[in-house]
Ligand binder design. Structure first.
Ligand code: DGL
Length: 268
């Protein structure tokens, strides 16, 4: 049974969830975190629901063995397909990134027109669309899969004419629908935030799911009396299912600093 001194568990298909790790660590600086990147199986965004659910279950099992007190599904695609399954199966609080981001977008919009960008899987699942319309039934929601943003972010190619042209092409349809709020529904997109904002223009508010999620993690721990603010011996530890070196190299851009110790693990 986890106690307040237990770590938070966060998983993603790879490095992308480090954007969520970063926000959670900023919001809850006293907490230990175990992060799992399923780098052997990334990307999830192009895979079927059945496959993503299978991978997500295996990731969750691995983190449960580390005695985590809360599980954050940092991957939008895994949240879209596997959140309900994990909530049913695990005996600890399980939180995804979709609802926190959606709530913030609903609060941000002034004209009731929200755009959502994400992986092919996340958009095809309809998860953002259904959460947004359940929160605000009259909301106009326009969605666009933007798969090329993922390799751009991993390459560190986040400014200049190439990302700009790709962003212009992807966002043209959403902007023509008059959105005033754009929800970044993928772990990687916060790295492209600047170019996305430039293309969308100053009249469009950008909402980052990672930021919104960190607030909800803090609220849940607080509500359960499970915060570890007084403990003071926090540790960060990363687990990966493929090469630690590659993860550490790319991951530093997502985390904003060195990722620290990285352990190679695998599923049975
Ligand atoms: N982490 C994924 C997401 O947020 C993006 C990368 C992938 O396709 O696995 O949906």
């Amino acid at each position: 049974m986890p106690d307040p001194g237990s770590p938070l568990g966060i998983f993603d298909s790879g490095v992308g969830g480090l954007t969520v790790f970063r926000r959670v660590a900023e919001r809850l600086p006293g907490e230990s975190i175990v992060y799992l990147g399923d780098t052997a199986r990334v990307p999830y965004g192009t895979k079927s629901a059945e496959t993503v659910v299978r991978y997500a279950r295996a990731c969750a099992r691995l983190l449960i063995e580390r005695d985590i007190k809360i599980l954050v599904v940092a991957c939008n695609t895994a949240t879209a397909y596997a959140l309900d399954v994990l909530r049913d199966e695990l005996g600890i609080p399980v939180l995804g990134v979709i609802e926190p981001g959606a709530r913030r977008a609903v609060a941000a919009t002034r004209n009731g027109r929200i755009g959502v960008v994400g992986t092919v899987g996340t958009i095809a699942s309809g998860a953002y669309q259904s959460v947004l319309t359940s929160l605000a039934p009259d909301m106009h929601v326009a969605c666009k899969p933007c798969p090329l943003f993922v390799p751009l972010a991993e390459e560190g190619w986040v400014s200049g004419p190439v990302p700009r042209q790709i962003a212009e092409t992807y966002l043209a349809g959403l902007l023509s629908e008059g959105i005033d709020t754009l929800l970044l529904g993928c772990t990687h997109y916060p790295l492209l935030r600047e170019v996305i904002q430039e293309v969308a223009g100053p009249g469009v508010a950008i909402v980052d799911s990672a930021e919104a999620t960190s607030e909800v993690v803090a609220d849940i721990l607080d509500g359960m009396g499970m915060c570890d603010a007084a403990h003071g011996l926090k540790q960060y530890h990363c687990l990966v299912t493929d090469s630690p070196a590659a993860f550490a190299r790319v991951g530093q851009h997502f985390l904003g600093r060195d990722v620290g110790t990285v352990e190679w693990v695998d599923f049975q």
